[in-house]
Design a protein around this ligand. Structure first.
Ligand code: PRP
Ligand code: URA
Length: 209
C-alpha cells in the first residue's frame, strides 16, 4: 500500500505468526516483540545519514563512519509502544525518548490523552513513533499531531500490524510520515480490532486480561 513499507523479512514473519497465536504466553509475546523491534529498527534507520570521525585502530588511523546529526528520538505510545521501544533502545541506546499516554475509548474509539512528556527540542531530530497496532489510526494521528505541535518536523511511524483502513486514514492525516509495519491485515472488525490480528497488544504484553 502507498505510504507503508511492509518489512517482509522471513524472521519477522515467523516471529509475528507466533505472536498472533492465542496460545503464546505473556512472556513469549514480550520477548518476540522485543526481537521483532530489533529487525524493524534496522529497517526504519536504514537511511540515516553518516559522517566520519578520525579514530585510531590498533594498526593505523582511519576516517570511520558514524551517525550524523542530532540524536534521534523514539516516541512510544503507551502502553504497548513500550514493547517496541525497549528493543529499539537496545540498538540505539543514546536515543532520546518521548512518552505519549493514549488509550482508546472502547465506545467511540477516540484516542484519549492522559500523559505527554517529550524532549524540548524536537525540531531537526528524526522522531520515530512506535506502537504495535495501527487500527483506526486515531491514536497514531493524535500522537503525531501532538509531536508536530511541539516542533517535530521529521517523523516516521513503526508498528507491527496495520489495518488497511488505518493506513489510509493515517496517510490522509500525515502524508509526510512514512509507515513501517510487519504486516497489513485484512480489515477492522465492528469493534475496531484488526482481523486476523493478534488481539489487544497491551493486554497480551502485560497479561491484563
Ligand atoms: C492500542 C494500541 C494502539 C491503539 C491502536 O492501545 O497499542 O495505541 O490501540 O488503535 P487505534 O489505531 O484504533 O487508535 P490501547 O488504546 O488499547 O491502549 P493500551 O496500550 O493502554 O492497552
Ligand atoms: N488495539 C489493539 O491492541 N489491537 C487491535 O486489534 C486494535 C487496536
Amino acid at each position: 500500500m502507498a505510504g507503508a513499507t511492509v518489512v517482509d523479512h522471513p524472521l519477522v514473519q515467523h516471529k509475528l505468526s507466533i505472536m498472533r497465536d492465542k496460545e503464546t504466553s505473556t512472556a513469549g509475546f514480550r520477548r518476540l516483540l522485543r526481537e521483532i523491534s530489533h529487525l524493524l529498527c534496522y529497517e526504519v534507520t536504514r537511511e540515516l545519514e553518516l559522517t566520519t570521525r578520525q579514530i585510531e585502530t590498533p594498526l593505523t588511523t582511519m576516517e570511520a563512519p558514524v551517525l550524523e546529526g542530532k540524536k534521534l528520538v523514539f516516541a512510544s505510545i503507551l502502553r504497548a509502544g513500550n514493547g517496541l521501544l525497549e528493543g529499539m533502545l537496545d540498538l540505539v541506546p543514546s536515543a532520546r525518548v518521548a512518552h505519549i499516554g493514549l488509550y482508546r475509548d472502547h465506545e467511540t474509539l477516540e484516542a484519549i490523552e492522559y500523559y505527554f512528556k517529550a524532549p524540548a527540542d524536537l525540531d531537526n531530530r528524526l522522531v520515530i513513533v512506535v506502537d504495535p497496532m495501527l487500527a483506526t489510526a486515531n491514536s497514531a494521528i493524535a500522537a503525531i499531531d501532538r509531536l508536530k505541535a511541539r516542533g517535530a518536523d521529521k517523523l516516521r511511524f513503526v508498528c507491527l500490524l496495520a489495518a488497511p483502513e488505518g493506513v489510509e486514514r493515517f496517510n490522509k492525516a500525515h502524508p509526510d510520515v512514512p509507515i513501517f509495519t510487519a504486516a497489513i491485515d485484512q480489515k477492522l472488525n465492528e469493534k475496531g480490532y484488526i482481523v486476523p490480528g493478534l488481539g489487544d497488544a497491551g493486554d497480551r504484553m502485560y497479561g491484563t486480561k
